[in-house]
Write a protein that binds this ligand. Sequence first.
Ligand code: 9D3
Length: 224
Amino acid sequence: MRIDVITLFPEMFDSPLSYSILKRARERNIVEIALSNIRDFTTDSYKKVDDKPYGGGPGMVMMPGPVFDCFEHVREQHPEKGRVILLTPQGRKFDQALAKELSGEKRLILIAGRYEGFDERIRTGLDAEQVSIGDYVISGGELAAMVIIDAVTRLLAGALGDEDSAADDSFSNGLLEYPQYTRPEIFRDMKVPEILLSGDHAKIAEWRKQQSLERTKKHRPDLL
Ligand code: 9D3
């Protein structure tokens, strides 16, 4: 998969893309991630990317010119047209189902904004889908783009090592995960449940399923 990110802050992505699963997936060419800086596509000497909203109101709006020019440059870097996703608080809520859907694409073009939002002609002119990562306010689209890149890359074939397993992940069975324990058997007077030490694998599987159900009922009844 090829993922392009269009942003004013490409450097924000360097660290998250350089660890663990994302690092390995890039090294193995499971995913290719290309960052493009909108400011490189400004034409004035101030390198201006935002302006006041027509009609008045607070804050600044992303200008269409630099975003369009950056997008057109990016699109011709690769033969696939790609699914164009604008990160905005108004978008479709990102979830594991959308992550799965996106993991089946050959190319994604993610556009991260800053300021109060995008000039509406960016969304309509680029025929972009809007995606939000949840109902809370963050300072720009970059962290949202990183969340999507991480969740999608994990689902690509070969991205997870032997220790990690996509099939085992929370949400893959629609339930929250069961409680897990490792050594020591007793830690500050807290014991590991006896059943996990029993060696009875059928009983253990039954216990875990029960724990998953109880946790989901208690903390996330909306999932049931
Ligand atoms: C005053 C209205 N605000 C909208 C809730 C303005 C505003 C605040 C923050 C507009 C954009 C932003 C920056 N946020 C994003 O670009 C963003 C975001 C988010 O804030 N929450 C969840 N998902 C996303 S995706 C992009």
